[in-house]
Design a protein around this ligand. Structure first.
Ligand SMILES: [Zn+2]
Ligand SMILES: [Zn+2]
Length: 139
């Protein structure tokens, strides 16, 4: 079985029969809420919406996390912009693919495709009000 999911096709990206064996929260639907937003619906009914730029900046691959954790250097107009700094307004996800049974891999329109976004991670960066409030301990 080819696990590749056509980007944002509506429907299940998982064989549902395997659901009860999963420890992780599973996405049951993946689509674009609008051209700038990815929406993931989880098997507990929760719906997460991620602005694409945000998701791209959260890329967990080694080179992106390194870039994020490197302190900004003094401005030099001649320096070469790093990939994470040139996220354009036309950023898009070309394809989303299930990795193993625990993660999603996005192919970005800027050519980057190294990031493995685990379901746990995606759920933990959910931008909805409920999750944000929980994170700051207000609930
Ligand atoms: Zn990356
Ligand atoms: Zn949420």
């Amino acid at each position: 079985m080819n696990p590749t999911v056509k980007a944002f096709s509506v429907g299940f990206i998982y064989p549902l029969g395997s659901k009860k064996f999963q420890i992780f929260m599973l996405p049951v639907d993946l689509k674009k809420a609008d051209p700038r937003t990815l929406q993931i619906e989880w098997d507990d009914g929760h719906v997460s919406r991620y602005p694409l730029e945000f998701l791209r900046r959260q890329c967990p691959c080694a080179s992106c996390s390194e870039a994020r954790h490197t302190p900004a250097k003094p401005a030099n107009p001649l320096r070469v912009l790093q990939a994470h700094e040139i996220i354009g307004a036309d950023l898009d996800i070309k394809q989303a693919e299930v990795v193993g049974r625990y993660a999603l891999n996005f192919q970005w329109s800027d050519g980057h495709a190294e990031g493995i976004y685990t379901f746990d991670f995606l759920r933990s960066i959910c931008q909805c009000e409920e999750c944000t409030m929980q994170k700051v301990g207000k609930i």
